[in-house]
Design a protein around this ligand. Structure first.
Ligand SMILES: [Zn+2]
Length: 309
């Protein structure tokens, strides 16, 4: 079943003049989580109405856009398209200023979640990947006495982070060299779904973390996203190359050599957060065949069955 986009919303999005179909893209040939190459196509457009195909790996259940925009196309997207597009979708202004209130609340909640572990450790430095305006990094820095560095591809948001006195990098984590620097806490807040290569970033983070370091990461739970609107297309957006579930995120973390210390189902019933630290044993974890079959069955049911009344 295809959910129609309301006319006024479609008009606001059209008015932006963003030509998604014309953006340079690259095909994903192998699964970023398990390396397999057998995929099933779940959906043919996203919530904005753009012609974006969503695939799922039939081996591990990872869900992702395919093809998806090149890194250069995504850099242009974050430089002036992303926030206006989300604003047009929600019919209210969402920009580097208006998001800060929400980010402050988020920072307080997430710091509370991580506090039992962070306050008894000796930590000095923090790296926030996809750190946006710096509100979250700044809050963590103050709460736990850390020196914070932030990397984000959106220039207007990085300007805000500079105002908070943070060290900043404008760019994509996949492309920035950090040399021999190490960090005691890495935050990947509401960002993992935006990454282009989750596997590479988690491996990178594992090396960027000091021995006693921590990683905080959270996902938009893909199942929660499609079940709440009973629509797969409504859960898809070109800003998210990936759509994670508890099973796929847990497998990613184990494979990259992280042990999960605590999991949190957020009060919004949409996000799931994890606090992790390096684990000497790198697991060869893959979601079970049953869980993959269950996911694909449920997606097909939601796609093809009428919305429950
Ligand atoms: Zn896979």
């Amino acid at each position: 079943m295809t959910t129609a986009i309301p006319t006024d919303r479609a008009q606001r999005i059209t008015a932006l003049g963003y030509d998604y179909a014309a953006q340079p893209k690259e095909a994903v040939a192998s699964c970023n989580l398990c390396g397999a190459s057998s995929f099933v196509v779940l959906a043919h457009r996203d919530r904005y109405g753009f012609p974006a195909e969503t695939h799922a790996c039939t081996t591990c259940g990872l869900v992702f856009l395919n093809p998806r925009m090149t890194p250069a196309a995504y850099e242009r997207f974050y430089d002036g398209v992303y926030r206006p597009l989300v604003s047009a979708f929600h019919a209210r202004t969402i920009d580097a200023h208006t998001i800060q209130g929400e980010q402050r609340e988020y920072a307080i909640e997430r710091a509370r979640f991580a506090r039992p572990f962070l306050e008894r450790a000796t930590l000095r430095s923090l790296l926030d990947i996809g750190g946006s305006t710096g509100v979250v990094a700044h809050h963590f820095a103050q709460e736990f006495g850390l020196e914070a560095t932030l990397i984000d591809p959106a220039p207007l948001e990085v300007v805000e982070a500079q105002r908070l006195g943070l060290e900043t990098v404008t760019g994509l984590i996949e492309q920035h060299p950090f040399g021999s620097r190490r960090f005691d806490l890495v935050l990947i807040c509401q960002t993992v779904d935006h990454l282009l290569d989750i596997h590479a970033v988690l491996e990178r983070v594992r090396h960027l973390l000091s021995l006693q370091g921590f990683l905080f990461i959270d996902i938009v739970d893909f199942r929660a996203a499609y079940l709440r609107n009973w629509s797969v297309e409504e859960a898809i957006k070109i800003d998210h190359p990936y759509y994670l579930t508890e099973e796929t995120m847990t497998a990613y973390l184990r494979r990259a050599g992280f042990e999960i210390l605590r999991t949190d189902y957020a009060a919004d019933h949409l996000h799931v957060s994890y606090l992790c630290w390096p684990d000497a044993a790198v697991g060869d974890a893959c979601p079970s065949r049953e869980s993959v079959a269950e996911l694909l069955r449920e997606v097909r049911f939601v796609q093809n069955a009428p919305r429950p009344r």
